[in-house]
Design a protein around this ligand. Structure first.
Ligand code: FES
Ligand code: FES
Length: 170
């Protein structure tokens, strides 16, 4: 049996130090080692997008990443995004438009949406669909998901103008 490997990383702002099996995936480490079960595992072969996490600023498939490869990294999971309230408007838009049914894909979809909406500009529906091409949802038909993401993109783009108008009228 191969000896465990010591790794250190920052997960959702917390320093983590642990011994892991060399072939343990980051997804399994997050879910079983740290009990961060918002990261889901579906296909476990890089297709469905249920396992997406942010690793050093890049969205990656945690099912295709060994935990040892994340040694020294900064990782954020769906729990971290939720706790920092940076996706609250996306979550509200999903809720308002019924953009989820069983919810299995949703944490990965929110990861993709957060990544897309962190870029400047308002993405077109085509760009939103393109960004979602790595997220497999078997329930919704995607229309409501695209609607929700598009509405947040527009609201965020309008927010500075709205704030300026408020300030001017104050
Ligand atoms: S579980 Fe990682 S892409 Fe499906
Ligand atoms: S809401 Fe069920 S898989 Fe997407």
């Amino acid at each position: 049996m191969t000896a465990p490997v010591n790794i250190q990383m920052t997960v959702n702002g917390e320093a983590v130090s642990c011994a892991v099996a060399p072939r343990e995936t980051l997804a399994d480490f997050l879910r079983q080692g740290l009990e961060l079960t918002g990261t889901h595992t579906g296909c476990e072969m890089g297709v469905c997008g249920a396992c997406l996490v942010v690793l050093d600023g890049q969205v990656v498939h945690s099912c295709l990443t060994f935990a040892v490869q994340a040694d020294g990294s900064v990782i954020e999971t769906i729990e971290g995004l939720n706790d920092r309230s940076v996706i609250a408007d996306i979550q509200e838009a999903f809720h308002a438009r019924n953009a989820l049914q069983c919810g299995f894909c949703t944490s990965g979809v929110l990861m993709t949406a957060h990544s897309l909406l962190s870029q400047p500009g308002v993405p077109s529906r085509e760009q939103i669909r393109d960004a979602l091409s790595g997220n497999y949802c078997r329930c919704t038909g995607y229309e409501a998901i695209v609607d929700a993401i598009e509405s947040v993109a527009r609201d965020r783009a309008a927010a500075p103008a709205a704030r300026q108008i408020e300030e001017a009228g104050a």
